[in-house]
Ligand binder design. Structure first.
Ligand code: MRU
Length: 365
């Protein structure tokens, strides 16, 4: 993404060659600020407090967190304690554990003296793999958008998305946004309905910011609007991301995704999930029973932060003191409501056979 005349990814090595720079997403959309991570503790804090968020970016930050740990101390004990520190930061997105397991698989057999260089190298590869995966998801999703565009020649394709599964949630391109950017760049007229995504407003503050910077026409809508739009033929397809997809194709994503899938099903609107393979958890089958759902602090529900007319960032309380609040961060959409999974290896059905066939090497592990 070009910001202030410079091309950015969401995570990169600092010019000193070992620290890691990120964009502080808690400041969006009003302030674009980068932060340097120098220790595994700082990487853990960035994930837990959501300076970085989105399943793939959480995974890559954790991988670099392991590299920062190996720079300080490359012993077996340090490897294990960095893993424990980082894996506890957020419970739902499986990319976190996937990346930490991958780093451990590569580092554990090595002598301590070799671990530091190997850790940085594998973390950089995981970041590059994420970019390549998202570009492939973009190409595969483009085929679907092209097909829908062929059914309404000359008309704008309206795509609904929830939360931020965009550039900011990954290293580059995004997952759900990759087909959108690819189609827009190919000249297909696209308009995106952006669910604001309470309580943290990732749609309003992150996805809208991205689409604006990429020049994609879009409209931010309150979360409950999608069903009404679908009933009136104003949504051609939905594309969302996922934090964890089970072996049978159940999709865990930001809270509210399930209700959009239900509305899409009721109105015959295709509901696609952009799924990079590190987000598949083959150890889990029934998403509703088996995926741990993160519950976050009530402050995110009871308060809102924004910019005042005179440019100050302020937080205000919107719930009466004394009322209880609940903050479930994710929900599960059963596979039966998913039209297709847009993966780096093509668009596949959301069922056990299709997923195992597309990723046999992962399914067999
Ligand atoms: O709580 P967040 O902001 O990390 O949640 C992000 C999402 O729900 C995304 O849709 C998901 O991680 C997929 S990102 C490509």
């Amino acid at each position: 993404m070009n910001v202030n005349g410079r091309h950015y990814r969401t995570i990169w090595l600092n010019t000193d060659g070992w620290a890691v720079d990120i964009i502080d997403q808690t400041k969006f959309p009003h302030v674009f600020e980068t932060v340097t991570l120098r220790t595994p503790e700082e990487a853990a804090h960035a994930i837990k407090d959501m300076l970085v968020r989105g399943a793939p970016l959480i995974g890559v930050t954790a991988a670099y967190g392991m590299a920062l740990a190996m720079r300080q101390d490359a012993s077996d004990a340090a490897l294990a304690s960095a893993y424990d520190l980082l894996v506890k930061t957020r419970p739902t997105a499986i990319n976190l554990k996937w990346a930490l397991d991958e780093m451990t698989r590569v580092l554990r057999p090595l002598a301590a003296a070799e671990r530091r260089a190997a850790a940085y190298a594998r973390a950089a590869e995981i970041a590059e793999e994420d970019v390549a995966i998202n570009q492939a998801i973009g190409r595969n999703g483009l085929d679907i958008i092209r097909h829908i565009a062929s059914l309404k020649p000359g008309q704008t394709i309206n795509i609904l998305t929830h939360c931020n599964a965009g550039w900011l949630a990954t290293v580059d391109w995004g997952t759900a946004t990759a087909p959108i950017y690819t189609a827009h760049d190919a000249g297909i007229p696209i308009h995106v309905w952006v669910d604001e995504t309470r309580p943290r407003n990732q749609g309003a503050s992150l996805t809208a910011w991205e689409l604006l910077h990429h020049g994609v026409p879009h409209t931010v809508i309150p979360d409950n609007t999608g069903g009404h739009l679908m009933q009136h033929g104003l949504v051609d397809m939905a594309i969302v991301g996922t934090d964890r997809t089970t072996a049978q194709g159940d999709v865990c994503n930001k809270i509210g995704t399930y209700l959009k899938a239900l509305a899409a099903h009721d109105n015959g609107v295709p509901f696609y999930v952009a799924l990079p393979s590190p987000t598949i958890d083959f150890t889990v089958v029934d998403g509703i029973r088996e995926i741990p759902i993160e519950q976050r602090g009530g402050h995110e529900v009871s308060h809102l932060t924004g910019r005042t007319e005179d440019g100050r960032i302020e937080t205000v309380e919107i719930v009466p003191r004394g009322s209880k609040v609940a903050n479930y961060a994710f929900d599960v959409t059963p596979a039966r409501y998913v039209t297709g999974l847009i993966t780096e290896r093509g668009v596949i059905a959301a069922n056990r056979g299709a997923i195992a066939k597309a990723f046999p090497e992962r399914a067999a592990q």
